[in-house]
Ligand binder design. Structure first.
Ligand SMILES: Cc1ncc(COP(=O)(O)O)c(C=O)c1O
Length: 401
């Protein structure tokens, strides 16, 4: 593949860069009890790559205008139209723009859905191990976490559909938060798995919130299917959340889209968002999102190829040098779910070896809930040299153990 983007290029994001990147600066408080000063930033899910040149140009052009007053709904409409084109080209999913709502982030949309569609003592299903802000949102909203634990078999994860059916039957269970692709275990759910899960929820009156923020990171041999394409019955019981933030590395610009096929659900959520008084888009958000969705195809194709090679490198390196540490190749996302069980070392000690001795700031497996304890989540959306340094540090840290 002839590359246009140089993902090997190392771009500083440290305190001297003036970029205020939480991944690299001021992150120490996120790791209480561990001394992570000077650690390599491989935790929170943003990338150490430049975003597409067209996005940078669009933001620069808008910045140079010099007046940053309230923006017109036309900007959001243009973003939605560009997104509709992307969804059709990339996921073969046709979405009228009037099914879409703009919101600053996926987590705010989860909060709004919990508040609008559940009552204080109701249950919300998640499937651990999973992206931990799901639990935070449920707890913050005063609802009950209902965990349908993923089934793990030799590092490969599936949904417990029987367990899901049991939990969904409880009349107090009102909502499920699906994650597809699933952060952190890297599964890209198949159409069949999704259909079965979706049908169980719809048959039992459990509203589906499908977080598809990682939809664009799909490795070779796997196919992303949006929950919006499963059946008309499921679509009538569905909220989907998409965003250009992960895909094009623009999380700091705060742009995402909620897609809701059903008019009544859409209107209720929109009203809730108004009551919650979520901010209007900042001037750069829809403009960057529009440029990304209009011009980002090549960028994403090259990016996925690069990330996949990072995964391959890590898997080979671990096999050769640290056979007790394993990583199954993710089907999707740019996150590696690294398995330390075969080291036989207690997980708290593993965390301190990796964070303090190897000086790698990575997400602790226990953050992702039950079943995550003996794992660490590495963010491999970074230049190969960073990955190489991380692997070398890991090797040294575990050498005499
Ligand atoms: C599954 C998942 N959902 C949501 C988010 C965050 O979305 P936002 O920053 O738009 O709230 C992340 C970020 O890592 C994520 O991995």
């Amino acid at each position: 593949m002839k590359r246009h983007y140089n993902f090997d290029k190392v771009i500083s994001r440290d305190a001297n860069s003036g970029s205020y990147s939480i991944k690299w600066q001021g992150f120490e408080d996120k790791f209480p009890g561990y001394d992570v000063r000077g650690a390599l930033g491989m935790w929170i899910a943003d990338m150490d790559f430049l975003c597409p040149s067209e996005v940078i140009a669009a933001v620069k052009k808008r910045a140079e205008h010099g007046i940053y007053g309230y923006i017109s709904p036309d900007a959001v409409e243009a973003f939605k139209e560009a997104a509709a084109g992307w969804f059709e080209r990339r996921y073969n999913y046709r979405v009228p723009t009037d099914w879409m709502l703009f919101i600053s982030g996926v987590v705010p949309s989860i909060n709004a859905a919990i508040l609008e569609f559940t009552e204080p003592t109701d249950g919300v299903i998640i499937q651990n191990p999973v992206y931990y802000p799901f639990s935070d949102s449920i707890i913050n909203c005063g609802r009950t976490i209902i965990n349908n634990q993923l089934i793990e078999n030799n590092g490969f994860y599936t949904m417990d559909l029987n367990g899901l059916e049991e939990l969904a039957k409880d009349p107090k269970t009102k909502l499920i938060i699906l994650c597809n692709p699933h952060n952190p275990v890297g599964r890209v759910w198949t159409e069949d798995e999704l259909y079965q899960a979706g049908k169980i929820c719809s048959d039992n009156g459990v509203l589906i919130f499908s977080d598809e923020i990682h939809a664009d990171f799909i490795m070779k041999g796997h196919k992303f299917v949006t929950a919006g394409k499963l059946s008309s019955e499921i679509s009538e019981n569905l909220i989907i959340s998409f965003a250009p933030s992960k895909t094009f590395n623009i999380a700091g610009l705060a742009a995402s889209l909620i897609v809701i096929p059903d008019k009544a659900i859409r209107e209720k959520l929109e009203k809730r968002m108004n009551i919650n008084n979520y901010p209007a888009p900042n001037v750069f958000a829809p403009i960057a999102g529009e440029a990304a969705y209009l011009y980002g195809d090549n960028y994403v194709d090259e990016l996925i190829d690069y990330i996949e090679k990072n995964f391959d490198y890590v898997i080979e390196y671990l096999k050769e040098n640290l056979p007790a540490i394993e990583m199954k190749k993710p089907e999707g996302t740019y996150l590696g779910w690294v398995d330390f069980r075969k080291t036989g070392i207690n997980h708290k000690e593993i965390y301190s070896i990796v964070l303090e001795k190897a000086k790698l700031a990575v997400d602790l497996g226990e953050w992702f809930g039950t079943g995550g304890e003996d794992f660490l989540r590495f963010n491999f959306a970074c230049p190969r040299t960073t990955v190489e340094t991380a692997m070398e540090r890991l090797k040294v840290a575990f050498q005499n153990l």
